[in-house]
Each structure stands twice: as structure tokens, then as C-alpha cells.
Design a protein around this ligand. Sequence first.
Ligand code: G
Ligand code: G
Ligand code: MN
Ligand code: NA
Length: 254
Amino acid sequence: LDLEMALRRALDQDELELFFQPKVNLHTGRISGAEALLRWNRPGHGMVYPAEFVSVLEETGLIVRAGAWIIDAACRQIAAWLEGPVGPMNIAVNVASRQFVEGDLEKDVVTSLERHKVPPELLELELTETALMSNAERTIAVLTKLRALGIKVAIDDFGTGYSSLAYLQRFPIDKLKIDIAFVRNITTNPNDAAIALAIISMAHSLKLRVVAEGVESRPQLEYLRRNRCDEVQGFFFSRPLSAPDVAQLVVAGK
Ligand code: G
Ligand code: G
Ligand code: MN
Ligand code: NA
């Protein structure tokens, strides 16, 4: 309850901030975009991580308001980078299922894209299989409209939920993100490797791109590159960074 009140105040007082974790394209070796991850500069507490408060945002429904703020902040950042030395950056934002059901996600996205004059192709939405499956009809309808504008859609934490092949084909998506659980021991555990390889192969058959999450070492990266994974994200390349730090990394890599 205290946390809920503090989060309401955080939204009113603009205490939330986006950090960005770069993704590297394994075909080009360049940074291809970044995932926006929420941070809370809570007065008297320092920087608070999503593990401590995103579930409260979701349970209280505050995620609908926060979600609109996140999308707008991401679009504002894309526009700022587009003007300067960073240039076009694909930014992925995490969306919760309540945003599809209770909010007007489509309106939030369109409003922010127009306000900041952002090309829709630069914005990506990440949602989990679970989010996709709960209220599938409504979620599919919203995603279909957003993709028609050019927005990209990725399934997050893929492999941990219950999506069947038949569902995958039905969903309006562009990308699968292999869950960190299969990446962690990819070079030592044959079962994890088999699952990761199956996901890559299945994704490519369906003309989807594949991102591996939680890449922490060179052997993991090399294994994924050899096996045609398209992009990687993880501590090996970079932790989530503030906007100025990400910009510096991108410009240094040009
Ligand atoms: O940054 P970190 O690794 O602590 O993120 C932890 C979890 O919080 C991840 O599962 C991530 O998807 C979730 N999360 C981070 N930022 C957001 C956000 O902006 N919206 C939603 N819905 N979840 C987020
Ligand atoms: O949205 P999602 O649940 O995928 O959020 C990504 C989370 O994974 C973030 O909390 C981020 O800090 C975390 N993360 C990103 N890269 C790594 C990594 O290489 N190793 C581990 N253990 N966690 C990571
Ligand atoms: Mn994510
Ligand atoms: Na994930």
C-alpha cells in the first residue's frame, strides 16, 4: 500500500526514468537497437529496479498510466537520438497485458509517435507469451493495427510459456526473444542448446527474427552466431545504461 502511494507520487512527480540495454546485430556486429527498462529514482531510496515495483504497477492497474508514460518517453528518446550523432535507434518497450485490456494502447502509441514525429519502424513492443495468450483476441486485434502502422512486435522470454506452433503463426509478430534460461548454459547443457536451436530454426521458418537474451560470455555469443541467431542482448556486451551512456557507446561504435 505504501509502495502504491509512492508509485502514484512517482508518476505525478516524474520520478521514473528509462535505461537502455543495447542489442547487437550478429550479422553486422553493430548495435541494432536497445530495450528500454524502467528505473525509479525514488527520493531517499536511490535507484529502484523493476523487480521491486513493476508487479505493484501491474497489480494496482497503475501500469496503464505508467505504460503510456514509458511509450512516450521512449518516443521522445528515439526522436532526440534521430536528430544527433546517434541516428536511428530501434527501441523496444515492454508492455503488460493490462495495457491491452484496460488502456487504449493503440491511442497511446499513435499519440506519442505523432507528438515526437517518430517513424513507427523504430518502435518495438515486447510482450510475454502469457500476456499474448490472456485476452488473445483483443491483444491480436490491437497488435494487428499497430503492425499495420509499421511498429514491430517481439515475444519476450520465449520458450517458458505455452505458445504452440499454430499460435505463433496466428500472432502478428516479428521477433522471438529466447529466454535467458536457455542461453545461460547453452554451451554446456545439450538440452538447453537443443531448445535454443529449435527456437531459432522455427522462428526462421516462420520468417521471424531471433534475439538471444542474457548473453554473458564470448562462447555463448559465438555459439549463437554460428547457429544463425540474429541478435544478442546481455551483460557480455552491455548492462542497461542511461540514455547518455548508450549514446556514447553507439557513437563510439560507428
Ligand atoms: O531491468 P530488469 O532486468 O531489472 O527488469 C526486470 C523485469 O522488469 C523484466 O522482466 C522486464 O520485462 C520488466 N520491466 C522492465 N521495464 C519494464 C517496463 O517498462 N514495463 C513493463 N511492463 N515491464 C518492465
Ligand atoms: O523484459 P525482460 O524480462 O527480458 O528484462 C530483461 C531483464 O534481464 C532485465 O532485468 C535485464 O537487466 C536482465 N538482463 C539483461 N541482460 C542480462 C544478462 O546478461 N544476464 C542476466 N542475468 N540478466 C540480464
Ligand atoms: Mn523484455
Ligand atoms: Na525477457
